[in-house]
Design a protein around this ligand. Sequence first.
Ligand SMILES: [Zn+2]
Length: 157
Amino acid sequence: MNAELRYEGVPGSELHRIRCNGHDDFGNAVVSRTSEGGEPLRCCLTIAGAGEEIALVAHRPMTAGGPYAEVGPVFMHVTGCAEPADDFLVDFPVDFRNRRVVLRPYDAAGQMLDGVVAESGTSEKELGRLFEDPVVDTVQVRNMLAGCWNFTVRRQG
Ligand SMILES: [Zn+2]
């Protein structure tokens, strides 16, 4: 049986703070740019079309802290999202289905476990397999080459 999973981008409270402050939590100014199309947006977990107002800011996806709590670059909508996302989705983000990604699991203490490469179209199946291991607390979906964080997956409830 597949675990019930939830898919978390940048939390709404953090997006609100960044938009209000004009800088991210690490002091980087929000510099608006026009999307070329194809940028993965971590606010609403969609892929940008051409001509959207986006910015590249820094985000730390692991709230627990610790040595694996990396800070990295994420694209977000500058002023708001077409469909304001809740803090998580209960279905795998459609736009991210056919990306070749790294799935990086962590235990509840934030220690990194053995990750896998998910080929295009296999992320959901591979996530289901990783979460069969009860030690796996979260899995970070990351870009194949740059390693940038896309979103975090955890069990619901
Ligand atoms: Zn958005």
